[in-house]
Design a binder for this molecule. Sequence first.
Ligand code: GTP
Ligand code: MG
Length: 466
Amino acid sequence: MGGDTAHSLISSSEEESSMDEEFSEQSKKDDDSEVFGGYGDVGRRISWNSDFEADQRRRRGVYREVLESYNELRCRSENLEEATGKILSYYPGAWIEEVGGIRSSDYDVPKTTSLLLIGPKGSGKSSLVNKISRVFEDDKFAPDRAQVSYNTSVGDGTYFLQEYMIPRGSTSFCFYDTRSLSDDSSANMAMLTHWMTRGVRHGELIIRDSDSPILQMRIKCKARQHGYSSSGIRMVNFVIFVVNGVSILKSMYSDDEVEKQYTETVASTFSCPFLSFRDDKPLIVVTHGDLLSISDRALVRVHLGELLGVHPTKQTFDIPESCDKATEMAIVDMLHYSLEHADRNLPCKEWSSSKVFKKSLPACLLLLIVLGIAVIAAHIHSTRTYMSHTHHAPPPSVNKHCVPPPPPLSADMHPAPPNPPPSAHTYRVPPPPPPGAHDHKRRAPPPNDHIDWNSIRYLWLGPEDD
Ligand SMILES: Nc1nc2c(ncn2[C@@H]2O[C@H](COP(=O)(O)OP(=O)(O)OP(=O)(O)O)[C@@H](O)[C@H]2O)c(=O)[nH]1
Ligand SMILES: [Mg+2]
């Protein structure tokens, strides 16, 4: 793998013990002013500024926390097998949390969870793919899967989007290795917006307008050798931002514009809103830590936390080119974080309302038909009642003294007082129309008939409420 280290010649146990020593030495330095030299000096000059001092104290606390996290990681690496098993048991949607009344089945779960690796040139994206693969590889001597640039200043980097299933042959989750970010932030935005909104396709060639015509021709020549157009498009489920720890450390203390440019590119790209899933920002992987001291690694993480607004221990993972258990544990932790956040931010199916509507449409139609039948039946019934009443009821008297016969008395009933108002319930049934009312248009009433309208009204409607 990476060619630039004498570290690769050191066995992992030697590596671990030297790291232990470094860690304990660093922990003994309780006065962090040495480590935070830059911050501390400024702090002394403006000690009157209590806000600044509080800030310094907070930074030192975080720094100690980061240092402690290396120790903790080594302890946790004893459970590496169990942690690896958990990742191997993952399938898309397995870690969905059912919240807000939404069930797992309401989410649009992909067949494969896709994790996108992005970062500046030479930051170690392709190397990271190989490091991750090795953790899950049965054959520890299997060749590297991703092409790593040996010398980034002369060689080509990654120009084609490459999909890597983890582990090999699985369909649970995959990484997408991508072309590096450029110094042109608007070109980066355009590229990232495209990947995040339209998805990524294995084998897709990434060419930028700013690429020289010679470079464009060179990489197009490479593209002609392969036919990837049939590969499917995958939507990105989570983003991993890879940065070179050495370059970050240089840019922290350098006045050189080129070195400062590195952090600026990282910060401006990281702020691209398309990289976040709701409030969840990408996680950070810091590489090249094997070339730095533990204190420098911790400093880089604290600095990135301040710069990008992500937690230096919870959302930043230090993954150097080392073959020790602690590094493998850091890889497994990073995967756990990515997959959990990928599942948490899965989109809902295009609203289940359409599904509910489709399912309930026949039921609604049936209900409407039943209701329609009930209304028609009720109408027929009331018409029949009305007709039978018309035929059997005696014609209403036109005698003004006529009153309805009193209802038969039952045992617990008492005679009504004289001239009682009839029960509203009894008299509000549909009133019989006066004889011939239905053909009143054809036959005019005899001119001399005396009609006691008060009695009729009393019979039909009951007494008037005063
Ligand atoms: N010492 C050390 N070297 C690393 C590490 N990660 C990557 N490298 C080296 O850095 C160089 C670039 O690594 P790549 O993985 O090709 O970087 P990349 O981000 O894929 O680069 P591009 O494809 O050009 O964007 C190689 O020489 C790697 O061996 C690391 O953690 N430690
Ligand atoms: Mg690469």
